[in-house]
Structure formats: C-alpha cells, structure tokens
Design a protein around this ligand. Sequence first.
Ligand SMILES: Nc1ncnc2c1ncn2[C@@H]1O[C@H](COP(=O)(O)OP(=O)(O)O)[C@@H](O)[C@H]1O
Ligand SMILES: [Mg+2]
Length: 244
Amino acid sequence: MNRLIVENLSAGYGAVSVLRNVSLEVNENEMVALLGMNGNGKSTLLNCVLGFVRASAGRILLEWDGKISDLTKLPPHEIVRLGLSIVPEGRRLVPNISVEDNLRLAGSNPLVSGRMKENLASCFETFPLLLERRRQIAATMSGGQQQLLAIARSLMTAPKIMVIDEPSVGLAPIVVRDVLNAITHLRERSSMTILMAEQSFFQAVDVSSRAYVLAHGSIHREFKRSDGGIANEDIRRAMLGTAH
Ligand SMILES: Nc1ncnc2c1ncn2[C@@H]1O[C@H](COP(=O)(O)OP(=O)(O)O)[C@@H](O)[C@H]1O
Ligand SMILES: [Mg+2]
C-alpha cells in the first residue's frame, strides 16, 4: 500500500523537546487533517517530514510502489526527489515578481527543471485562475489567491504527497472555504495525497477523510470519517483539550 508513515517520532529544537512519540499515517489519495491550536507542534511535524527539522527518535517512512524509504535519514532535496513537497506556513511567496515567475522559480530546481513546461501547464490546468493572472505581481493578489499560488508552486516539483501548513491563516471564513475546496479539487484531479495542518478545524474536517488532533506534541485523538462525517461537538471538545 502506498503511504507515508510517521512512527514514534520525537523532535525539537536543541534542548527544547516539541514532538513526543507521534505516530500517524497518510494513505495514498487521502486528505488527512492535523489539528491543534497554536504551538502544539503541527509545523514542527510537517517540517520533520520534509527534513527541515531532524527527528531525535522514531522514523518517517515513505512506502511507495513497493519501495520503502526512511525520510529521517535524508536531506530535504532527496525527500523532494522522492515526491514530497510542502506549502509552508505563511505562504512565503516572492511578493514582487509575477505569478508565473513564482512558479518558474520553484520549477527551476534542477530535480525538475527539465519538465518545466509540463509542470507549469499542469499548475495552470489545475488552477485556471492563475493562468488568467499569470502576469500579475504576486503581492497584488488577494490572500486567497496568494494561497492558491503557494499551493500551485508546490506542484512544480510534481509531488505524490503534499504537506500543507495552515492554508487558512489570515483568510476570511468564506475564503477559507474556497481554498479548502481548491485543495479538494486538486486531490480529486491529481489523486494527490495530502497532510494538512489547520486551526480552522470544523472546515478542515469537512473536507478530510481523517483527522488527528495534536496536543502538546503528542497525538491526542484520531477521528475517522463515517457516513455522518465527523461530529463537530467531538472535534470541539478535543480541540478545547489542546489549548495552552
Ligand atoms: N525554530 C524554533 N526554535 C525553537 N522553538 C521553536 C521553533 N519553532 C517552533 N518552536 C516551538 O515549538 C513549539 C511548537 O511550535 P510549532 O511546531 O510551530 O506549532 P504549531 O505549528 O502547532 O503552531 C512551540 O512551543 C514553538 O515555540
Ligand atoms: Mg504552525
């Protein structure tokens, strides 16, 4: 089975321990939400997956097409080569260049630069709005449009698995819905596998197959989707348990 497995992961910054014994998995074509209030370790976990933060214990395994890779032993560029990409917290666009140039910059990574044309076409097919606005300077777009660009940018390395860090930050609730719908569209259109950290928890679980609640660096609850979805009251109670 194709999947990403996080196994008993611990990590932190120097002497500060943040994640303690975290285990979760994301199966091919799933959208899994990682919920938790500010400071519970969501970004640390996503950055461990991409190799930006090192594990102090445990493993992150990519099991894909019969091959198992231990990501905890690899530098970020090797992890990207294996098919992972991140949409970072706060989007991190280059504000004063165009939409297309932001995409081209990501696509100029030597791992993928040979496929620039195809990858750019695929971004524009997935998000036609960005094709219309391809000459627009990134900073002059709305927050929701900038988030779409940040997501499209991470498509430029043609990933199998995307980790998306709080796509709703700073957006009005109605725009949050649009962005989450765009992520759902991407998952359905490209059979993408997605692990998404979110604080807009009701909206995130609406579009996710499963959700984990991270509290103080450990998995506090797991929610699986049933026919009736995931009950808002259960989520609300679990989230209250994560406030500092
Ligand atoms: N670069 C860093 N150096 C030291 N501590 C950090 C760093 N980044 C995050 N932290 C700490 O790690 C904890 C978890 O942060 P983070 O993973 O960003 O949580 P979340 O994404 O859930 O808000 C917080 O206490 C935060 O202060
Ligand atoms: Mg964060």
